[in-house]
Design a protein around this ligand. Sequence first.
Ligand SMILES: Cc1cc2nc3c(=O)[nH]c(=O)nc-3n(C[C@H](O)[C@H](O)[C@H](O)COP(=O)(O)OP(=O)(O)OC[C@H]3O[C@@H](n4cnc5c(N)ncnc54)[C@H](O)[C@@H]3O)c2cc1C
Length: 454
Amino acid sequence: MIAELAEIVGAANVLTGTDMARWSRDWTGHYTGSPRVVLRPGSRDEVAAVLRFAAARGIPVVPVSGNTGLNGGALGTDALVIALDRMNRIREIRPQARVAVVEAGVIVDALNAAAEDHGLIFPLAFGASGSAMIGGVLSTNAGGANVLRYGNTRDLCLGLEVVLADGRVMDLMQALHKNNAGFDLRDLMIGAEGQLGIITGAIMKLHPRPSERATAMVAMETLDPAGALLNALQDASGNAVVAFEFMPRSFVEGHFLVDPKAREPFAAPHAVNLLIELAATRPLGDALEEVLAGWMERGIVTDAVIAQNEAQRREMWARREAAAEISFRKHPVIDTDIAVPRECVPEYLRAIEPRLRAVDPGCEVSSVAHLGDGNIHYCCYPTEAALMAPLRAEIDALAMEMNGTFSAEHGVGLSKLAPMARYKDPVALEMMRRIKAAFDPQGILNPGKTLPQG
Ligand SMILES: Cc1cc2nc3c(=O)[nH]c(=O)nc-3n(C[C@H](O)[C@H](O)[C@H](O)COP(=O)(O)OP(=O)(O)OC[C@H]3O[C@@H](n4cnc5c(N)ncnc54)[C@H](O)[C@@H]3O)c2cc1C
């Protein structure tokens, strides 16, 4: 088998034994895999040939891009793991059309850097953007801190190239903003977690690089008025808010534990800390300062620091971007990415703690939220590992009671099979299984993930 695969991808790109270590564990340390072999194809045609090989023998295949996923979805046991990292060519940037044509292994930050050369940005912003790759962010429909302005990865994609389970190539590489010629298979592939095909190329949207930014840390006594503050800032700035993030005091303290250089955001500690950023391609004026001054006069905003330079802005963002390190600083940990309607976030945070304490009175909790879009990363540290499942069930249950979701950002993978089985509409689940069977009749693509066993 190794010899045949070496014919396809080259002997140097067939990894076995300890060379597979990088693809045998995930970022969280929760999940491990034991691949049969790791393959690093260099082109779409090589991916297609590997899939023909796997399909002919019924061997499972697991695609992996940056391996920064937090749900265990990119790990494979007894599978051919296909690492896309060598497919890292930016085929073309078309500044006039504001699009980039890329291979699946292009790192998010590398695309952004290339776009900057043309006065543009690729605006996906999150802590793992230095490692996560286009194929991975598309397959998880990654979100992040700028969803409020630019949307999720789905909203940044125009075209896709996908190798199907039988090795055929599905060419959806059109840079069209409108295309109603039948079912939208591009959108079906986005967020599919490697269940329906392997993404090898994409056409991604670029946006103009903001020339002006205004960034602030803002404190309040309670979170309730924060939604109204966001609306006031959007109204005053012409919808220039790109990020509106919430960090409770426990998160700020968690940052001190993972970064010895971390400093207090304000002179005195506050329960509610917001990181707010406005960005525009024309002068922003004093919208941020004026709105905050008015809200301080009314006593709703209790403290505010506006970044005076890039170093201060970076310091504000470093705290927020350390979220994953802060959450995973100790184990056992339940790290979630639920979402509720935006206006329900304060109520969710009030209601969840007593419910968790009823299960485990000694548990510790922390959270951080993309408040602007209702997505909460709620974290709980149980006193014993046996309480993880019931605590997680409470976090998911309350989100569902508020008409929210148990999976807003990171996807299902292995980590959310239980809530998928419990909460996903059974008809929707049945249709997903049928779609999976249509694309992958042998069930060789990333088996055991995303779809709970029926
Ligand atoms: C520090 C940190 C911060 C993070 N912050 C955020 C955040 O703010 N928002 C957010 O949404 N996520 C966040 N994540 C999660 C993670 O970065 C995202 O899920 C990201 O999209 C994964 O990209 P990746 O290239 O690492 O994909 P991988 O981890 O390699 O793969 C993810 C999934 O996609 C599948 N896949 C990979 N490549 C392909 C392909 N080419 N074709 C088909 N399927 C494929 C894999 O099988 C797996 O199921 C964070 C992770 C870390 C470690």
